[in-house]
Design a protein around this ligand. Structure first.
Ligand SMILES: Cc1cc2nc3c(=O)[nH]c(=O)nc-3n(C[C@H](O)[C@H](O)[C@H](O)COP(=O)(O)OP(=O)(O)OC[C@H]3O[C@@H](n4cnc5c(N)ncnc54)[C@H](O)[C@@H]3O)c2cc1C
Length: 455
């Protein structure tokens, strides 16, 4: 008789879960466990949108396990202590979990090993968070990770893939365990959730994946994904919480269909960023490539940016979408980040953490690597490029549909006026529309930034 504990972290699914499959293959009873980590809950990382999503995902996972004769144990506290306590209660001799790559995840694993040292309980890590594990691909020349996307993509595309493992049919739980209750999100964190935030959990994620694979949008993905009003997959939070396996998402795509390569390339960006974080644990705090910036701490400008009141319609539309949906279109993330770090010359870390306050897909690797890219302190080979938000909006939102949707004050204006109303009004538009004048002159702000960067 043997018992294995499966510690779920951000792999909240039954389908293609190598740690769970290995536990079921070896043990008489399996104890699926999730610990609501008090350190994370006390940190800024625990944003209401993500905590809400997490609890929905846990409820769904618990439902799936119960349907199969098992359950999900919920504990709250320090993961190492809680796992050690469950091992002691159940007599488990092994803990299995998915490997994760942030500094915090690695510290958690270290503490877990320390807490179990001498108890005879073995800890084993499994793949499952990425298609290709960080560290599996290394550039020739001895560097420990790829700093440039395209060479990584070429190697990643042809790297070996794991065969996905199906969801189990039965899960036999150890007897007499107190499963524990799932709290409500507002018992865990303060603040508010976005009204339009998507539902979390493997069931909802699988529906989204099905809809996306059947949706014609994927055929035109390469041409349309940059259009601000285009439908993209919206799978980012599902991948972040592991409600979908990235391996399964990729395997489900039809290579012969249009859109395949462009979409897989975006999945690869997620993996590229993960290996950047794995090799640079301080990515959320420290410039990857310092440009010697002395950032401008203009509180008023920063507040206007956060509130979607900069007077630049596409920027305001994006920042309002972020708060309304806990999500923002990729190109608008890029434009809003670049505008803050370059036109306003505000420290990218402040912007990145504001994103983390709202994004349901908020992810240490993707968010901070992309922010550094946008600020020119990261992996962009042209660190001083400055996107013109008006030109970008005219190109990617030619009929103004995106701005119409998120900035109702401007809803009666037609494109292209809507993207730069100040160019067309008589100076009174701000009063007339109840919409602010631009907080910066874009050309002057660009010049100021380039001067600051010594260009
Ligand atoms: C400043 C900034 C911050 C970002 N923060 C995050 C974040 O916290 N979490 C996050 O998941 N993504 C982040 N991204 C990447 C990207 O914007 C989102 O992944 C994407 O918009 C999610 O929508 P989707 O699922 O419909 O994407 P799709 O276009 O359908 O793409 C499919 C999947 O590919 C991955 N992906 C797509 N684009 C990127 C990208 N540029 N970088 C990394 N992975 C990508 C995501 O997992 C996404 O779900 C950020 C981008 C920028 C510019």
């Amino acid at each position: 008789m043997s018992t294995t504990v499966v510690l779920f972290t951000r792999d909240l699914r039954l389908d293609d879960h190598p740690a769970l499959a290995a536990a079921l293959a070896e043990a008489t009873t399996v104890v699926p466990l999730f610990v609501l980590d008090r350190t994370i809950l006390a940190s800024r990382y625990a944003a209401p949108n993500r905590v809400g999503h997490l609890l929905e995902a846990l409820a769904d996972l618990r439902g799936g396990l119960r349907d199969r004769g098992g359950d999900l144990l919920i504990r709250q506290g320090d993961p190492a202590d809680e796992v050690a306590a469950v091992c002691a209660t159940t007599g488990a001799n092994r803990v299995r979990l998915s490997a994760d790559h942030s500094a915090y995840a690695r510290r958690r694993l270290r503490h877990l090993r320390e807490a179990l040292r001498g108890s005879g309980v073995e800890v084993a890590e499994h793949p499952g968070v990425t298609v290709v594990a960080p560290g599996d691909l290394r550039p020739s020349g001895g560097a420990d990770h790829f700093r440039v996307f395209t060479p990584y993509w070429r190697r990643w595309e042809t790297a070996a893939r794991r065969t996905p493992v199906p969801a189990p049919e039965h899960v036999k739980l150890a007897d007499g365990l107190d499963a524990g209750d799932l709290p409500a999100w507002d018992d865990l964190v303060g603040g508010s959730r976005s009204p339009g935030v998507q539902t979390g959990g493997e069931s909802a994620a699988r529906q989204r994946l099905r809809a996306w694979l059947e949706h014609d949008g994927i055929l035109d993905y390469d041409d349309t994904r940059d259009q601000l009003d285009a439908q993209t997959s919206r799978l980012s939070a599902d991948l972040h919480f592991g409600c979908l396996s990235a391996t399964v998402v990729e395997a489900g795509l039809d290579r012969r269909r249009r859109g395949h390569d462009a979409f897989v390339r975006q999945l690869c960006w997620r993996e590229f960023n993960t290996q950047v974080l794995a090799a640079n644990p301080s990515l959320p705090r420290r410039d990857l490539r310092s440009q010697g910036d002395t950032w401008d701490h203009d509180e008023e400008a920063f507040a206007a940016w956060k509130d979607g009141q900069t007077g630049i319609p596409v920027i305001d539309a994006g920042m309002r979408q972020l708060q309304a949906e806990g999500w923002m279109h990729n190109r608008v993330r890029l434009l809003t980040a670049s505008f803050l770090a370059k036109h306003l010359y505000v420290d990218w870390r402040l912007g990145a953490w504001h994103f983390m306050d709202w994004l349901v897909d908020g992810d240490l690797a993707n968010n901070f690597a992309q922010w550094q890219w946008a600020a020119g302190t990261g992996t962009d080979s042209r660190p001083n490029r400055v996107f013109n938000p008006v030109a970008q909006a005219r190109r990617y939102d030619p009929d103004g549909a995106y701005v119409h949707r998120h900035v109702p004050e401007l809803a009666h204006l037609e494109a292209p006026v809507i993207h730069a109303p100040w160019e067309h009004g008589d100076g009174l538009f701000a009063v007339d529309l109840g919409y602010p004048q631009p907080i910066v002159d874009l050309a002057e702000a660009r010049d100021r930034f380039l001067t600051a960067r010594g260009r």
